[in-house]
Design a protein around this ligand. Sequence first.
Ligand code: TA6
Length: 300
Amino acid sequence: MTTSKPGSAAKPDALGRVTFLDGQGELPMLEISTPWSTAEIYLLGAHVTQFKKKDEPPLLFLGQCSRFAEGHPIRGGIPVVFPWFGPREGLGQHGFARVTTWEIKEVIPAPDGSVSVRFRLPGCPETTAFSPFTADYVVTVNQSLTLQLIITNEAKDAEFTFENCLHTYFEVADVTAISIHGLKGATYLDKVASFMEKTETSDALRIASEVDRIYLNTTGTVEVLDPRIGRRIRVEKQCSASTVVWNPWIAKSRQMSDFGDEEYEHMICVESGNVASNGISLPSGGSSTLTVKLSSETLK
Ligand code: TA6
């Protein structure tokens, strides 16, 4: 089923699993309902703001003070970071994909109950500074949440170099009680120590201060154990060589105008992508698909 641009009135699709409506700040969004879960996606940034399995608390953290306005990123959920990660002189942090309103190309309600939505980043003034490319983003909702960011270099005779990152904010009960697994032995750039290169020595990373790290060459699954909620979150990925772990802690939280002073206690970002020295160079006609599957289970 191909959809046109959503209007302001709520319009469910034929199977009643996808509803187009105006979300916060009257921004267009989709509500998706499957036999196992619900999800919310804004067209601004193709931003997944929520995924919730039936019988589980929300998987994603969404800031109470987030702006919902064109041209501004949403704080929480899954910002799509592309085509660069971090600051870039004279340009916005983390690229323009997260502040651009994406087009819906297709909504696919599958016979098994899953729903996939395919978005396309439209041409915008910022894209003209790059050689031609297309960026599609496919979000699939079922028992888990699967995200695919597909970048194709459409240039005839030029490389396309970029970074990408699905900057995922997870909801946790108490960030000091969680542990993050799967990064032991990895080299990381420690942003809170002037990007000093370090090696992760812990198999169970704990958060007790500001953490802002780019783990390089990390392609394996990362897990977040949350004993207070009683949940294990699994982040499985393909075509992702970097993992970013971020919690702003106290002072940074106070500096962020769209983030509550105490909200850092209830979130952890575990981000999957290709950033810094793991950035991607695509030859003419080349394509790369960053795939991230987020799933969770109740701890026994
Ligand atoms: O991914 C971690 C990070 O790059 C941090 O350095 C931190 O500032 C964060 O992203 C949030 O960036 P934002 O531009 O959304 O405020």
